[in-house]
Design a protein around this ligand. Structure first.
Ligand SMILES: Cc1ncc(COP(=O)(O)O)c(C=O)c1O
Length: 444
């Protein structure tokens, strides 16, 4: 198993050929879910005492398992928040996997950590965070958010001799579900305030909800359902006045910091104490990758660093990524993103994000132009939410299922204020105007 043999050589060719073929499909089939019974029947026994051999295991994956996984990078996969990794990032993911890099400490992975930090610095500069800012790439926005809030609470504890009966986080009703999860895990309360008429969390609403038990304000730069960027400047002003930690969740929307046309929406993000953005969403990296940045990394390190006799040897090193989140062993998951940035340059990123924003604006125009659909809100970023007049929830589900079964598109319904509607989340620069028009035509 641990020696390179002729069989391994053959398997390497087959795997690389699979990767080349998958990457070159244009477009890749959308594929779709199957039941466990169907998969069991078609895959047969896969974990056996003697093993299937690499070629056969790869065949099962290629013919049975892979087609049962939706292709999130399909240009007409417009549900949830899709992904659209660059070819360079995808290919480099193979290199990361093949290199057995331990990305938790400087001692073991200095080259990788250095490169990841270069990529983090680009993001920190986009947000206007100070020179001393830094952090770590974690698995996803969920882990980024909880890690940031744990740091925020620790900082508040350090400032208060007597803890309040219940710690609280102020957020908008539109904050991502991962915040609710974080609050449950941390056993803290959420004070969810109603956003303004335009859907934004504002400083005024935050000020009203504030009391002595609040340790953090959680603002969103690009809500999941609508792509709304909270009024970060007014929220930040309240946080600064009261000395409260501001976390900005830019898991989806933070990428648009790179787009000149959207940058003004983010005014105030430079005051964030912590900031997250997922390169696996709109920054063209493969799963899974969230950039977690702190204004003052020492505050995060104070709570996240693990200590034990066997870790003492790491103490005092340049930068140990594990010290900044709920993790110890970690894949250097920022490397595919770094490699793609290094390959293509930042301008290509800015242009690609502008492309998706332009297609989203086109989609909004197309919705406005058609009598049978209605735009719910002018998009801030690249999420376009609309209703098909007269449709029930069931009708949306049928339509969505039909599009997927026909390998046309993956567009799911969502719920807004009790009403079932639908949305396009566009992060793939290869999603075209005609893709959008064609999907809207199917609703006529
Ligand atoms: C605004 C926002 N925050 C957090 C998350 C959670 O990120 P992840 O799915 O990477 O854990 C998402 C996911 O869509 C999101 O849109």
């Amino acid at each position: 198993m641990h020696r390179w043999t002729d069989d391994t050589e053959r398997l390497a060719r087959e795997i690389l050929e699979y990767v080349r073929t998958r990457a070159r499909l244009d477009p890749v089939p959308l594929d779709g879910p199957r039941s466990a019974d169907e998969l069991r029947r078609d895959a047969g026994a896969t974990v056996t005492e003697e093993g299937l051999g690499g070629s056969e295991a790869l065949r099962v994956f290629r013919e049975v398992l892979a087609p049962a996984c939706l292709s999130v990078d399909h240009p007409r996969f417009l549900s949830f928040i899709p992904a659209a990794p660059t070819e360079a990032a995808l290919l480099f993911d193979l290199v990361v996997g093949a290199s057995s890099i331990y990305g938790g400490s400087w001692l073991e992975g200095s080259g990788a950590v250095f490169a990841e930090n270069e990529a983090l610095r680009w993001l920190a500069d986009l947000a206007g965070l100070p020179e001393g800012a830094g952090g770590v790439f974690v698995q996803g926005g969920t882990l980024g958010n909880v890690s940031a809030l744990v740091a925020a609470r620790a900082a508040a504890r350090g400032r208060r001799p007597a803890p309040p009966p219940r710690w609280k986080v102020v957020c908008s009703e539109h904050a991502h579900s991962s915040l609710d999860h974080a609050a449950r895990v941390m056993d803290v309360d959420l004070v969810a305030v109603r956003p303004d008429a335009d859907g934004r969390l504002t400083g005024a609403a935050v000020a009203e909800a504030m009391d002595d038990d609040v340790f953090a304000v959680f603002a969103t730069a690009g809500t999941t359902n609508f792509g709304i960027v909270d009024d970060l400047a007014s929220v930040a002003a309240v946080c600064r006045e009261r000395g409260i930690w501001l976390h900005v969740d830019g898991a989806y929307g933070g990428a648009a910091l790179a787009a000149a046309s959207a940058r003004p929406l983010f005014a105030g993000v430079e005051h964030a104490d912590s900031f997250t953005v997922d390169p696996h969403k709109w920054l063209f990296a493969p799963f899974d990758c969230c950039a977690l940045l702190y204004r003052d990394p020492a505050a995060a390190r104070a709570v996240h660093r693990q200590s034990a006799g066997y870790l003492d040897v790491l103490e005092g090193d340049e930068w140990n990524p594990s010290d900044y989140a709920l993790n110890l062993t970690r894949r250097a998951r920022g490397l595919p993103f770094w490699f793609s940035l290094a390959t293509h340059g930042t301008r290509a990123y800015c242009d690609a994000i502008e492309t998706t924003l332009a297609v989203a604006r086109f989609a909004a125009d197309e919705v406005r132009r058609r009598a049978y659909v209605e735009l719910l809100r002018e998009p801030d970023l690249s999420v376009v939410v609309f209703r098909r007049t007269g449709w029930t929830a069931e009708r949306y589900r049928e339509w969505s299922r039909r599009l997927l079964d026909a390998n046309v598109a993956f567009v799911t319904p969502t719920v807004h204020e009790g009403e079932t509607v639908t949305r396009f989340a566009i992060v793939n620069p290869r999603t075209t105007r005609s893709d959008v028009s064609m999907i809207l035509d199917t609703m006529a």
